[in-house]
Design a protein. Structure first.
Length: 269
């Protein structure tokens, strides 16, 4: 079986290797150019690993949108990685343009601003490093992992260039089903829904259902419904509890036009 992720040297590849330590069975890592390509491949079978949230920059909105779009794909597991970015290239003093993934560029925004560099966004940090390596252009620099610098034989010109300490990204394992070797104690549930009416207290009625059952929400987020300006869908993550999930969903359905369970899954360290 295959497990799809972003190219060699990306942080997503690192997360994939960590997931594989917990997964039962033989999987070959297959590299895709974008998060969209990973979802498309996984919809035909196998597993995938994609980033979903970063502690500095927030949600990876493409992942959120695709989880809704690809109805046959579920979240099967979650883990977080410490993210330490590096400036990669030839000569720091000659750099004029910095290339990287939009999330990585955003996580190093102050650092880039301080140096007055122009920025260019590409599909992954590893692709950025590859472009710099293949161009042999000293005016270019990339932001990426230590592994990507090694893989493309480029120098690390600066380490830990993220703007805030404790930079972490959450990654999810996606697919139809999986078997784990061992299971952690912590489980989470992710749901997405649209409120029935835009009226005072509409979201309160949803939150009340969780509060009354003493369920801890770990994230609440809205995204445009893409139907009209000012209309939203909501993503909620909550800690799995002894409460009956079907019963919770039934109680939420009273207030929503649609509600999907994106996954009920273990959270690995
Ligand atoms: O380009 C990569 O290396 C990725 O794995 C993507 C990604 C992301 O989209 O958040 C993963 C972790 C970091 O937050 C920066 C980039």
């Amino acid at each position: 079986m295959n497990i799809y992720t972003l190219p060699k040297g990306t942080y997503s590849e690192k997360a994939t290797k960590k997931f594989l330590e917990y997964i039962d069975g033989d999987y070959n890592i297959k590299y895709c150019n974008s998060i969209y390509d990973i979802f498309e491949s996984v919809s035909n079978g196998g597993l995938g690993v994609v980033p979903i949230e970063n502690s500095i920059e927030g949600s990876v909105s493409l992942t959120q949108d695709l989880l809704l779009q690809f109805k046959n794909i579920k979240i099967l597991g979650e883990l977080s990685l410490d993210i330490h970015h590096n400036l990669i290239g030839y000569d720091k003093d000659k750099i004029k343009i910095i290339i990287s993934h939009p999330q990585a560029l955003a996580q190093c925004r102050n650092y880039i601003k301080r140096h007055g560099w122009e920025v260019k966004a590409v599909e992954s940090t590893a692709k950025a490093v590859k472009i710099v390596a293949e161009s042999k252009d000293e005016n270019l620099g990339a932001i990426g992992s230590k592994e990507s610098a090694e893989y493309y034989n480029l120098k690390i010109l600066d380490k830990n260039i993220e703007d805030y300490k404790n930079n972490k990204t959450r990654f999810i394992l996606i697919g139809k089903n999986v078997k784990f070797k061992t299971l952690p104690k912590k489980y989470k549930v992710s749901i997405v829904f649209e409120l029935k009416e835009d009226k005072p207290g509409a979201l309160y009625h949803i939150l009340k259902e969780f509060a009354e059952r003493n369920i801890n929400l770990t994230r609440i987020e809205s995204r445009p419904s893409k139907k009209r300006l000012g209309t939203y869908i909501f993503y909620i993550d909550f800690e799995d509890s002894k409460e009956d999930l079907e019963e919770i969903i039934k109680s939420l359905k009273k207030h929503t036009t649609f509600i999907n369970i994106l996954g009920r899954y273990p959270v690995f360290d």
